[in-house]
Ligand binder design. Structure first.
Ligand SMILES: [Zn+2]
Ligand SMILES: [Zn+2]
Length: 104
């Protein structure tokens, strides 16, 4: 059981579109701890990594590099969270190795 840090009332678990939340009658909302851990890990890393794949084997797509404007990039996807979010697309410029991601 968790208590509201704002008013001290018992927080009520709720299911939201973005995941499980605990909310209070005063309007305070907190995401479940589990989600916090996942988020922290992602933010601390701050680096885009390819997991279990060699770059040479990745497909190339016509995508403009935001850094050097080269129009060819390696492409791969990752599921960031368990099923409740669309997969994230990653690109790496074949020319300058700049990496970026796309959420669309
Ligand atoms: Zn409260
Ligand atoms: Zn580039």
């Amino acid at each position: 059981m968790q208590f509201c840090p704002k008013c001290g009332a018992i927080l009520v678990p709720k299911r939201m579109e973005s995941g499980k939340m605990q909310s209070c009658s005063c309007g305070y909302k907190i995401k479940n701890k589990q989600n916090f851990v996942v988020k922290e890990k992602v933010e601390k890393k701050g680096k885009i990594e390819i997991i279990g794949q060699k770059l040479e084997t990745l497909p190339k797509v016509k995508e403009e590099c935001p850094k050097c404007k080269n129009k060819l990039a390696y492409y791969w996807t990752l599921q960031t969270r368990a099923g409740d979010e669309a997969e994230t697309r990653f690109f790496e410029c074949v020319k300058c190795q700049h990496r970026w991601r796309s959420y669309t």
